[in-house]
Write a protein that binds this ligand. Structure first.
Ligand code: TXA
Ligand code: MG
Length: 331
């Protein structure tokens, strides 16, 4: 039996306390009702995800989100500005409203209002939020098509096919700290530091936007999203233009049986993001090692932050030129 289902079937299955994979504008999510602990547990066990890694709660709109968290005025403004869309806000949770399975019994909850019409239709049908991590095995590449979900879970998980995801990388996760008046980017995504700064300035908020790595959450660990073949990032350098001697270093680093191929990503960040995870899956299936040239601009430009974060986490080594090519392992 095909695991593809339609919206009304998805609603019925979720009502019964089961999990369903749904498309969002970022990546496909593995959804469960937030009031069904059995289904929430199944999200973790299906993905092989440790219970200490908290889930994002997907809401229909800001009104629904207000039932679950205490909102400061900066977070409220950001939700009004970017929702529905790929921005997740971490807020102080309202006690007794959210299962400890979602937050790992912590004081905060991550909330996001997805833009995808099919996900929205399911939320409207249920009138209850859905917890949904990316629909992939823990630590692996996130799915951006229904077929990716099927390749990962076969007939074990029903999936609503919403076509390829528009954005292709996960939402930006942010948290406002009122005492420091700082907005921390916990996970970069399509919405970048500059986008956030510009919006906050429009409203004359005196808030600085900074990156903060969370070491206790797997989504923020050094390695994640990894393909099962070596990925090497080569930082382009004006001093070493046209010099391909690094290929020898890569060949020494990877096993000699693996074929080495150059990966070409579009030079436009939204197109590159859309292609990223599908390409990584393809390379894993083909068993090819890959190297990708990173133009200097990508490491500096705000619009490439989300992509650079995923590329680094997926990589096994980087090569940079300092008088000569130097390879550093990233695993
Ligand atoms: O685009 C997305 O965000 C996708 C789609 C399906 O919505 N979801 C997604 O979920 O990427 P997941 O579980 O793969 O990543 C959620 C990240 C994790 O790194 C988790 O640690 C973090 O959000 N997170 C969840 N709750 C948190 C909290 N209360 N405080 C800090 N980080 C939290
Ligand atoms: Mg994930």
């Amino acid at each position: 039996m095909s695991p593809i289902i339609d919206i009304s079937q998805a609603i019925s299955i979720l009502q019964l306390g089961e999990v369903v994979a749904l498309p969002t504008e970022t990546v496909y999510g593995l959804a469960a009702r937030i009031d069904q602990d059995k289904a929430l547990e199944k999200v973790f066990t299906t993905k092989n995800r440790p219970f200490f890694d908290p889930l994002i709660v997907h809401v229909q709109d800001l009104t629904q989100a207000q039932s679950y968290a205490h909102w400061d005025e900066v977070s409220l403004f950001l939700a009004q500005a970017f929702w529905p869309g790929p921005l997740t806000l971490v807020l102080k949770k309202k006690e007794g409203q959210i299962s400890d399975l979602i937050t790992h019994a912590g004081p905060t909850v991550a909330l996001r209002c997805p833009q995808h019409p099919l996900f929205q239709a399911v939320l409207k049908g249920l009138q209850i939020p859905l917890a949904a991590p990316s629909a992939n095995l823990f630590g692996r590449t996130s799915p951006t098509t229904a077929q990716h979900v099927i390749d990962e879970f076969h007939s074990q998980v029903h999936v609503v096919d919403g076509g390829p995801c528009d954005m292709g990388i996960e939402s930006s996760v942010v948290q406002f700290d009122e005492t420091e008046s700082k907005l921390f980017i916990l996970r970069p995504g399509v919405i970048g530091k500059k986008d956030l700064e510009e919006k906050l300035l429009q409203k004359k908020f005196k808030v600085s936007v900074e990156f903060r790595n969370q070491n206790n959450a797997p989504g923020f660990l050094k390695n994640h999203y990894q393909p099962s073949v070596p990925l090497i990032l080569v930082y382009e350098s004006s001093q070493a233009q046209g010099d391909r001697s690094y290929l020898e270093l890569i060949k020494d680093f990877i096993s000699p049986e693996i074929e080495l191929k150059e990966w070409q990503l579009p030079c436009e960040p939204s197109l590159a993001a859309r292609q990223l995870y599908g390409d990584l899956r393809h390379f894993s299936e083909n068993g090819e090692a890959i190297y990708l040239s990173i133009p200097e601009l990508w490491a500096e430009d705000d619009r490439w932050q989300g992509l650079m974060d995923r590329l680094l986490k997926a990589s096994h080594a980087t090569l940079a030129f300092k008088d000569k090519w130097l390879l550093s392992s990233t695993t």
